[in-house]
Design a protein around this ligand. Structure first.
Ligand SMILES: [Zn+2]
Ligand SMILES: [Zn+2]
Length: 350
């Protein structure tokens, strides 16, 4: 019997298909992707040596070289075609019955590596720590701006087009409103805390650790697992085991980098390097003057996490009309496949 499962963090429902034949059909139909291996592309604005092709950098990890020249390991630049612009006031106003703000925000690109085709599973942990630390630095810096309610970090692997399509990069986007998905999480976590005086995600960590069936990596400070009501096959979350509200406060990036690299390597091996979205949900910007109701117990009730969502197929019409997901790979099955992959390659990459 298929199961309707509810994710307590997002509040969404997923239909988890319990039919090994359908799971198998989905997995065997995934096609191997041809990998680009060039380390430099003259037309790619993100490659080392092509710094003049991007707007001036906001930040870079460098060893003594001047800004906007080669000699960096991670580089942050504004998006050339930002969806939100950093200059100006919000001009919060009404248009008849509708609400309106000016398109103020920040839209930054974190170029994760100077090399054209190097992707996360190929980066060593020291380098990946620099990438994660750059996210932390940019989140903390953007949160000093009281116009921004939220700073979202995410990357989309495999979906970009154009000359930089094969270069590994991520986005940092600051918005003057809390994105609805995050707001729903904040509300659900606050509500859980109100009822139980416990953090919802701490409860999830304990439940997943004690059940074990959906766990991929049980580390010292982090847990990687496939959520009970996963909306997509092999959707994987990484959480700090100790309660922590803000990603930018985390001091265990070495282990996080190690787990992230291994999980992505295993996912890409099993699913033949799928397109995937990776995101970090951290607490909102509390420097904003007027505190919202759902922030009252924020330090106790919200727990940052990372989500990796492989996109192995498009949405079905049922998913679009209902807002419910259909997942053809039960998370218990997906976690077992990933654990087997990782135990076959202890310690190293895949
Ligand atoms: Zn490049
Ligand atoms: Zn917690």
């Amino acid at each position: 019997m298929n199961e309707l499962r509810r994710d307590p963090v997002s509040g969404r429902w997923s239909i988890v298909i319990q039919d090994p034949m359908q799971t198998e059909r989905l997995l065997v139909n995934l096609r191997e992707r041809a990998r680009v291996t060039e380390k430099y592309d003259a037309n790619c604005p993100f490659c080392q040596g092509n710094e003049a092709q991007t707007p001036p950098e906001i930040y870079a990890v460098r060893t003594g070289t001047p800004p906007n020249s080669p000699g960096w390991t991670v580089r942050v630049v504004p998006d050339k075609f930002p969806v939100l612009r950093v200059e100006g006031a919000l001009n919060n106003r009404a248009h008849g019955m509708y609400d309106l703000l000016d398109g103020i925000g920040a839209h930054e690109i974190v170029i994760e590596t100077p090399e054209h085709s190097t992707w996360i599973p190929e980066m060593d942990e020291t380098h990946l720590v620099q990438v994660l630390r750059t996210y932390q630095y940019r989140i903390a810096d953007l949160k000093k701006d009281q116009r921004f309610r939220y700073v979202l970090v995410y990357k989309s692997h495999g979906e970009a087009t154009g000359p930089a399509a094969h270069h590994s990069y991520s986005y940092v986007i600051a918005t003057p409103v809390t994105p609805p998905r995050v707001k729903q999480e904040l509300l659900n976590c606050a509500q859980h805390y109100q009822m139980k005086e416990r953090c919802l995600l701490c409860d999830i960590v304990h439940q997943e650790e004690s059940e074990g069936t959906r766990v991929v990596v049980d580390g010292k400070d982090f847990l990687a697992f496939l959520p009970f009501a996963s909306g997509s096959p092999f959707e994987t979350w990484i959480l700090p085991k100790q309660h922590e509200t803000f990603f930018e406060d985390n001091a265990h990036l070495e282990e996080l980098a190690w787990i992230l690299r291994r999980v992505l390597a295993a996912l890409c091996d099993v699913l033949h390097e799928p397109n995937y979205v990776m995101l970090i949900h951290s607490g909102p910007n509390t420097s904003y003057g007027q505190r919202r109701g759902y922030w009252r117990t924020l330090a106790q009730d919200y727990h940052w996490h990372m989500e990796i969502v492989p996109r192995v197929r498009g949405f079905t019409s049922f998913e679009i009309v209902s807002g419910m997901y259909v997942n053809f790979v039960p998370p218990e099955h997906g976690a077992r496949v990933l654990r087997e992959k990782l135990s076959a390659t202890p310690g190293g990459g895949l």
